[in-house]
Design a protein around this ligand. Structure first.
Ligand SMILES: C[S@@+](CC[C@H](N)C(=O)[O-])C[C@H]1O[C@@H](n2cnc3c(N)ncnc32)[C@H](O)[C@@H]1O
Length: 230
């Protein structure tokens, strides 16, 4: 029998590079609009928001925005906040670039890089007023847990680039990952869990594309909101 075997996963990265399903429109948007909304990580040493955003304001980081619908909806609701989206999936970025232009949204910039690299190598301390990690890839198999993005090392690096009182908003529809995230955040001192209706930034998380898939499968969704007290 000709059974297809997946190649072994060789690194602990939280993602697998996929270039698939790049529509012509997304590819064109990438080419035309990247200079306007995109930030090349290779071009920066230390990220400085003043160089990229039209107005000063608190800066929120959306890690792994996927199709970006929730990021864009939030950015439209809150023109007083600047949003930096980071994603490794280029077709998703192409789609976001197109929507940014269509809806004339000026408070979002995007980067095509591993979030871990960005926060460890290119971000100054005390920069972010908030971080959203909504529906990170759950990596359900035990042997893949080391690939999960939200774990102690990541949270500890985030705490360096977050301001005191900044908010960390995690969400997942995979309950074992919710517990895993709680355990790992608890390993990093100074994060205090808040009730979900106590977010000081008064942000309402829009339903995300990935969440909708989970809900259709009957998954329960959990939000975890933390405040960093440095
Ligand atoms: C399950 S999807 C969720 C997307 C979106 N937040 C949503 O809820 O619809 C997770 C996303 O995180 C991205 N991702 C995974 N690891 C990443 C990393 N280290 N840096 C940036 N993006 C990452 C993946 O490419 C994927 O698009």
């Amino acid at each position: 029998m000709n059974k297809q075997v997946s190649p072994p996963l060789r690194t602990n990265r939280s993602f697998v590079i996929r270039e698939g399903r790049f529509t012509d429109g997304q590819r064109k948007a990438f080419k035309q609009l990247w200079p306007k909304y995109g930030i090349d990580v290779e071009q920066i040493d230390v990220f400085s928001p003043d160089e990229y955003f039209n107005k000063p304001g608190p800066l929120l980081l959306d890690v792994g925005f996927g199709s970006g619908d929730s990021l864009l909806s939030l950015a439209q609701q809150r023109p007083d906040i600047n949003f930096l989206g980071v994603e490794v999936y280029r077709p998703g970025i192409g789609a976001v670039l197109r929507k940014l232009e269509q809806h004339d949204i000026n408070n979002v910039r995007v980067m095509n890089v591993d979030a871990m690299r960005l926060i460890t190598s290119n971000m100054p301390a005390d920069l972010l007023a908030g971080v959203m990690v909504w529906f990170p890839d759950p990596w359900p198999k035990k042997r893949h847990h080391k690939r999960r993005l939200v774990q102690e090392n990541f949270i500890s690096q985030l705490s360096r680039v977050m301001q005191s009182q900044a908010i960390l908003h995690l969400a997942s529809d995979w309950q074992p990952y919710v517990e895993f995230m709680q355990t790992h955040v608890a390993k990093v001192q100074s994060f205090v869990q808040l009730k979900t209706n106590q977010n000081p930034l008064k942000l309402e998380r829009p339903t995300t594309r990935f969440e909708q898939r989970g809900l259709r499968k009957g998954h329960q969704v959990s939000d975890l909101i933390y405040q960093l007290n440095k």
